[in-house]
Design a protein around this ligand. Structure first.
Ligand SMILES: Cc1cc2nc3c(=O)[nH]c(=O)nc-3n(C[C@H](O)[C@H](O)[C@H](O)COP(=O)(O)O)c2cc1C
Length: 188
């Protein structure tokens, strides 16, 4: 192990990866819908159910979130890595991703949010709060509807590797999948 001190910027910031990717979906006035992957995502509260994504103002998606639009987040299996990588390689500012990638979009049950086919789960999120944090803003949404492919979850609702095969992102364009081994460790 070596240690180094850090100033303004960290050149490599992947020590806590891999992470699952949440693909954010928002309505788009020009293209109907726009989607971007966000590895900086987290569950934040059970009651009410809150989920957050950290989005840079550089992203086209940011404008919709900043305007207080509802949004979706979808979780994809490993076999959809290419789609996710493509969604993160161009901006809705220049490209109509729905058209360019032949995306199949469907619309929310509770909110007017676009969702993408091919995910094993998705949330429809109502804007709840936002926190500017450094060069990103944490947008927190309240879960108003859940979509899930039942085959991707075990009886406890856990997306096990054999069922969900959740896409993992390691940083620097590197994608992976969970190892098949799992252990249930419960001490009390
Ligand atoms: C796997 C992956 C994860 C990403 N995670 C984030 C993230 O958490 N926050 C963010 O602002 N950008 C993230 N990005 C970058 C945006 O997804 C990317 O710039 C995208 O093209 C923005 O699309 P938009 O301009 O249409 O919104 C990620 C990209 C990839 C490929």
């Amino acid at each position: 192990m070596k240690a180094y001190r850090v100033g303004e910027k960290l050149r490599r910031f992947y020590h806590y990866y891999p992470g699952t990717v949440a693909v954010i979906g928002v309505r788009d006035p020009r293209h109907g819908a726009n989607f971007m992957p966000a590895v900086w995502n987290a569950g934040l509260s059970f009651e009410p159910p809150l989920f957050g994504v950290a989005v840079s103002p550089k992203r086209h998606t940011y404008a919709a979130l900043e305007a207080g639009e509802p949004f979706s987040v979808s979780f994809f299996p490993y076999r959809q890595a290419e789609l996710v990588a493509r969604l993160g390689s161009v901006s809705g500012r220049e490209v109509n991703k729905v058209e360019a990638f032949g995306l199949k979009v469907h619309w929310g049950e509770a909110l007017r949010v676009p969702l993408l086919e091919g995910a094993f789960a998705a949330y429809e999120l109502e804007p709840y709060d936002r926190f500017p944090t450094g060069d990103h803003t944490l947008f927190v949404g309240r879960v108003r509807a859940v979509w899930e492919d039942e085959a991707a979850f075990d009886p406890d609702g856990v997306p096990t590797p054999d069922r969900a095969d959740a896409l993992l992102y390691y940083g620097r364009f590197l994608y992976g999948r969970p190892a098949p081994e799992t252990r249930r460790l419960k001490f009390r």
